[in-house]
Design a protein around this ligand. Structure first.
Ligand SMILES: [Zn+2]
Ligand SMILES: [Zn+2]
Length: 156
């Protein structure tokens, strides 16, 4: 069942032009780990999958996706955890904030927790993924498209 918990992007370049040379900042709760991105996210969504739920101990987790070439950690080094085969989740070793999701099958992109951004309100989601794992007691009512699994289909 490799890829069951995949919540990353597939065909991001088809989603249109992104603004370049931005200064998007974020980091963990305690400030030990900071990051920046220089282009707007290629994707923004809310994931309902079990893996995200367990990683964040939260009913859902919102994610934005940056091109790896446009994203870097600028302070501290997050710890990492292999939450599924070929998946690395990164988090602050001091305060525990969940920061990033990386899938080895999509090395050109990194998913970042929307709510670790300094301005999460600037990057609203466009859809919900992995409703097949939904716990059922959060009702969003935002009218966004929902997908039983990943919007982009399941990776290998
Ligand atoms: Zn921290
Ligand atoms: Zn997920």
């Amino acid at each position: 069942m490799a890829g069951l918990f995949f919540c990353g992007p597939g065909k991001l370049r088809e989603m249109g032009e992104r603004e370049l040379n931005l200064d998007i900042q974020g980091g963990c709760m305690c400030g030990s780990v900071r990051y920046s991105a220089t282009a707007s996210p290629a994707n923004s969504m809310v994931c309902h999958c079990q893996s995200c739920r367990r990683a964040a101990a939260a009913p859902v987790v919102a994610w934005v996706t940056f091109a790896r070439s446009e994203f870097r950690f600028t302070r501290g080094t997050p710890l990492e955890f292999e939450s599924s085969p070929r998946v690395r989740r990164r988090f602050c070793g001091t305060c525990g904030s969940h920061l990033a999701y990386e899938h080895l099958d999509t090395p050109d992109f990194v998913d970042v927790t929307t709510c670790s951004l300094d301005a999460p309100w600037a990057f609203p989601p466009t859809h919900h993924s992995w409703l097949s794992h939904d716990i059922g007691w959060v009702k969003f009512g935002d009218g966004l498209p929902t997908f039983q699994r990943s919007r982009f289909g399941d990776p290998s």
